[in-house]
Design a protein around this ligand. Structure first.
Ligand code: FAD
Length: 371
């Protein structure tokens, strides 16, 4: 039997499940390599809780080496910066090239810093590991100003709302948090009641939301908005939508108009049958799948199955993503806001529910390192 080589690029949510499944049931004749920029994956569902000091960073972290080892995969900590389809190789920032028969991308996205000045002056919320690594910078800014520090969070989606609430918990009266979005209200993709609950929670902690006024430029300590006067800040966190990793443009892969990898419902590239993609980096043709961790998680089992089938040369399975997902927003003070379709609910019980779901997720993929 000839051995084929599957290279997994990125330790994202879908690849965690791929590794877990290959650990449970190895595929004869398939060799695995995982390449990830960091040795650990941060579980985004718990990151706002880490910022709010509900959790230690360790509790939200999944080490990749033990999972890779369990799956029989070679693990390289490196950043992929190119994909040469003609040569069937992946290129890494270190200069290393890795040959593949099949390759799967689950690298997530990057922050959309297209607003002038955002790249220079803002702390991007994505990649999430990069944001967490810079939280000390924010702590230092808050410590160094005498007044309550002015922290602006730009982006009124679920990530921006959660970060604003988490930062208001972290700094209490030492900072005033303002949340800015260009849409007429927060959480435009969710029921109005959810937006009202977020605004109310922010208000309790002296924070405020500014809606319907897009930030058009970011200057040194000043946000210029489209309609109203400018806003001053000591620190600005950028949590607007997700953009595609720029290196994808240098590949010959078919991409959508925003630069994400076009895949069919089997998660296979529409332009190259050896390439798969899942999570935020993928754009599934004919399906409207939000760029959120919950969807990357759901793609995991289908991706694992289809990588196995592709390695065997068998027909792939088509994924029909569910229409709805449960959204749970950590509101701080051990409270959470839940959204299920048109229903919105909140309370300590929602936080406890979210806590148990999140802890179970992390536990599923944490494999103890050998002593
Ligand atoms: C503050 C915040 C809170 C959020 N909360 C939630 C939530 O509660 N629920 C929810 O559903 N979604 C949430 N999201 C969105 C969620 O984080 C993303 O949608 C999700 O992480 C995408 O998962 P993924 O598998 O596509 O990639 P990611 O989780 O981004 O993982 C990508 C992995 O690939 C690695 N990588 C990246 N580039 C490379 C490269 N070039 N080479 C090698 N490795 C690479 C990274 O190191 C990382 O390990 C939140 C986002 C933010 C910013």
């Amino acid at each position: 039997m000839t051995t084929r080589h599957l290279v997994l690029v990125g330790g994202g949510h879908a690849h965690l499940e791929v590794l877990r499944r290959f650990a449970e049931r190895p595929e004869p004749g398939l060799r695995l390599t995982l390449i990830a920029r960091e040795p650990r994956t941060l579980y985004s569902g718990m990151v706002p809780g880490v910022i709010a000091r509900d959790y230690e960073l360790e509790e939200a972290t999944i080490p990749l080496a033990p999972l890779a080892r369990a799956a029989g995969a070679r693990f390289l900590v490196d950043e992929v910066c190119g994909l040469d389809l003609a040569a069937s190789t992946v290129r890494c920032v270190s200069g290393k090239t890795v040959a593949f028969d099949l390759v799967s991308l689950d690298t997530g996205g990057v922050a959309d810093l297209s607003v002038p000045g955002a790249a220079e002056h803002a702390i991007p919320a994505r990649p999430i590991a990069g944001f967490v690594a810079r939280i000390g910078e924010l702590d230092e800014i808050v410590r160094s100003v005498n007044e309550p520090a002015l922290i602006s969070v730009v982006g009124g989606g679920a990530a921006g709302c959660e970060l604003a609430l988490a930062l208001s918990m972290r700094y209490r009266r030492s900072a005033q948090i303002s949340l800015h979005c260009g849409t007429p209200r927060l959480l435009p993709d969710f029921p109005r009641a959810a937006a009202r609950k977020v605004e109310r929670c922010l208000g309790w902690r002296l924070g405020r939301a500014y809606t319907g006024d897009p930030v058009v430029t970011v200057e040194e300590q000043i946000l210029q908005r489209g309609y109203c006067q400018s806003a001053f800040f000591d620190a600005v966190v950028w949590a607007t939508g997700v953009a595609a990793p720029p290196w994808l443009r240098s590949t010959a892969l078919a991409l959508d108009e925003r630069g994400f990898v076009r895949v069919d419902r089997s998660l296979r590239s529409v332009s190259d049958p050896r390439v798969f993609a899942a999570g935020d980096v993928a754009a599934i043709e004919g399906a409207s799948v939000p760029k959120a961790g919950v969807w990357a998680v759901r793609a995991g089992p289908v991706l694992a199955e289809n990588l196995r089938l592709a390695a065997r040369g068998q027909a792939l399975r088509s994924w029909r993503p569910q229409r709805r997902a449960l959204v749970l927003i950590n509101a701080g003070w051990k409270q959470a806001i839940g959204i299920w379709g048109p229903f919105v609910f909140e309370g300590e019980w929602v936080w406890r529910w979210k806590d148990s779901i999140d802890r179970r997720f992390v536990a599923r993929y944490r494999i103890a390192e050998p002593a």
